[in-house]
Ligand binder design. Structure first.
Ligand SMILES: Cc1ncc(COP(=O)(O)O)c(C=O)c1O
Length: 398
């Protein structure tokens, strides 16, 4: 057993983790070092859009690793050129900068907005973000986030972020001043517990930002790459943001992220932005393989249909156990538990070989592979049903 020799203490203790050690993954399943199998509805935190270790990623990695790993970001490489062109062709954006994590892509978006403000709006630098929002764990992205737990941490924060309330246009209007340069949001607040912005709010934000000459920045790190049943979430609202960030799904499990901007917003000059591993061919080759698969209309249709199936099954489960609403879109869904029992359910699910996430004490979040099957959904629902039945029985007894 690897457990016996695994040096847990050599890793910084940055979060509470069960002592399970994963050693293999395939599709919707993971195996630990004792051989126990788990059905995974977390998938690397909405990362493995094609499931664990899909062949197309393994093939892209090994072929690219044999050909070219990195020539340095000071030179062009064919894989990053192809991926940038493919992203531009499939979106409303004109240029791409590749990064290694979502937080880094968002840092880039914040810098791009500030650069735009210095060039076109008299040095305006403030960005309106949202209560409950999550944009990453660098200092600037923590400052941009509206996560309560971040508030006391790492003071002083990076200045220039004001928080409005999601789906409340007046709260945005009230924060606009001469220093404002952009509005930045996740179209569905994932870490906060899957709280969607309405399409109407997104359309009104677009109109408002146009009216005031502000950039609209969509953080699609969780919602992009087919997660909500369209390649990018902004398509649901039929609007075009000025800047978008992608992460998680774009690498299908490898560290790849992207900052996309329209011609108007893409204003970095030499020296403004960079990074040793940015646009390295190894990761970009994977991004191309993932995008090829995920952007197929048939794949997106199937992910949207599967999302509706999961939503329906969760609604039935909720009705059976007297729970609350199911919210979200596509394959980014949450079930309102009405009670702070999320952590207990997650722990029991782990025991039962089912990986679930509780982003808030009273909610479960579901973010399976986009190619999760009907049978795997049925297996997850059965497992959760059994746990909820036991939890209900325990409440009756107590
Ligand atoms: C919406 C959103 N933005 C940014 C991030 C940060 O991405 P990363 O953890 O890759 O830095 C996340 C990660 O959960 C996210 O969900």
């Amino acid at each position: 057993m690897l457990n016996a020799i695994n040096p847990f203490d050599a890793l910084m203790d940055i979060t509470a983790r069960p002592q399970t050690v994963f050693v293999r993954g395939e599709g919707s399943y993971l195996w630990d070092d004792t051989g126990k199998r788990y059905l995974d509805f977390i998938q690397g935190w909405a990362v493995n859009c094609l499931g664990h270790s899909p062949l197309c990623i393994a093939d892209a990695l090994s072929a690219q690793a044999k050909r070219l790993i990195t020539p340095s970001p000071a030179y062009y490489n064919d894989a990053s050129l192809k991926l940038a062109k493919a992203l531009v062709d499939k979106s409303c954006f004109d240029q791409v900068f590749f990064a290694n994590s979502g937080a880094e892509a968002n840092e880039g978006a914040i810098k791009l907005a500030r650069k735009y403000g210095s060039l076109h709006k008299g040095g305006a630098y403030e960005i309106i973000t949202f209560e409950g929002g999550f944009h990453g764990r660098t200092l600037a992205t923590m400052s941009a986030s509206g996560k309560k737990a971040f508030e006391p941490l790492f003071e002083p924060k990076v200045p220039g972020f004001r928080k409005a309330r999601l789906n409340d246009l007046d709260s945005v209007k009230a924060l606009i001043n001469a220093n404002t340069i952009a509005v930045m949001l996740e179209p569905i607040q994932g870490e906060a517990g899957v709280w969607p912005a309405t399409d109407q709010f997104l359309q009104e934000l677009r109109a408002l930002t146009h009216e005031h000459g502000l950039l609209l920045i969509f953080d699609e790190i969780q919602t992009g790459m087919g997660r909500t049943g369209k390649l990018f979430h902004y398509e649901h609202a039929d609007i075009e943001p000025d800047i978008m960030t992608l992460g998680k799904g774009i690498g299908g499990g490898v560290p790849l992220a992207a900052l996309l901007a329209t011609d108007k917003a893409s204003c970095f000059a030499h020296g403004d932005q960079g990074g040793t591993f940015n646009g390295n061919p190894l990761m970009c080759a994977v991004g191309l393989a993932v995008l090829d698969e995920v952007s197929k209309p048939s794949f997106l249709k199937s992910a949207a249909d599967t999302g509706l199936l999961l939503e329906g099954e969760l609604q039935k489960l909720s009705a059976r156990h007297g729970l609350g609403d199911v919210r979200g879109r596509g394959l980014l869904l949450a079930l309102d538990l009405k009670l702070p029992i999320g952590a207990a359910i997650v722990a029991q699910a782990l025991e039962a070989g089912l990986l679930l996430n509780s982003p808030q004490p009273d909610a479960l979040r579901f973010m399976p592979a986009l190619n999760v099957t009907r049978e795997e959904i049925a297996e997850m629902i059965d497992g959760l049903d059994a746990i909820l039945t036991r939890a209900g029985a325990a409440r009756l007894v107590a």
